[in-house]
Design a binder for this molecule. Sequence first.
Ligand code: ADE
Ligand code: ZN
Length: 342
Amino acid sequence: MSQLETLVNALPKAELHLHLEGSLEPEMMFELARRNGVELKYGSVDEIRAAYDFSNLQDFLDLYYQGMAVLQTEQDFYDLTSAYLAKAAADNVRHVEVFFDPQAHMERGIVFETVLNGIRRALQDGHIRHGITFSLIMCFLRHLSEEEAFALLEVATPYLDQIDGVGLDSSELGHPPSKFKRVFEEAGILGLKRVAHAGEEGPPEYIWEALQEIGVDRIDHGNAAARDQRLVDHLVETGMTLTMCPLSNQRLCVTPDLITNPLAKLLRAGVRVTVNSDDPSYFGGYVNDNYLAIADALDLTPAEIIMLARNSFIGSFLPDADKERYLDEIDTVVSELAAPGI
Ligand code: ADE
Ligand code: ZN
């Protein structure tokens, strides 16, 4: 194992940007299609993988929404979430803050409780089995209307003790954060954390909107910030966290390759950058794969890799005492490894 792999494997990490539906591996898609009598348009796992060749976000989303049609029962959502947690545990991930997309299931006739109960039960069992702590973030699909987002918030209101935050995902261009200003305001009043995908394909103005009109606690992706120095300065001054996803950016052609990813530029400017996998089944890698690929492409130093792991806990919704405990653990791991360059 290389020194880089040893370091990345050894570091405790949090994953803050993960769509559970995007962790649906082709093998499980096949198995659930068989179990639920759903017809797939692919004849094999290899055919599914071969279809994962995207030119942009929408290309991916079209397959993502198709793929999740196999998720029908509470057990399916339990199995999906459990499989992700096993992968996360293998990558030494200690805390996860995961997204789910209820509207994409409800429009197929799946009731909200089926989705929520399967996911929650798996998260609780994952805590027992792997020691992984968690937050759950319910996303509004931004290609749908404000009215539909309000309707979801109403359905979810009796379950707010089981949901930690709300997010905003799906097709970004043409659907600025300001479209959901009022629903996020209401979510804030209900005591929910707020995050939003911004600046993945969209311009820096969408990041400004997420910050100033929605009052987000974190920005998901945020790549476009690198094109606006005033925004970079603002992110640094306010200690805002970006949940970046390098392999996703590469596969969705947000950046032409990993070498042009703005992650190092933002990190070196002092922005609180984190590394995450987004939709690992579709983009070819879980969280450690993302650390390794971006560290290699951008020549990140060991100190920078350690900073990314530290940021993942600092930028999480964990209580301060838990953050401190994980940061102490990172210090212990680093001193035991005596990693070069520190
Ligand atoms: N839904 C799942 N993955 C997404 C991404 N990378 N961007 C926007 N919406 C998503
Ligand atoms: Zn995402």
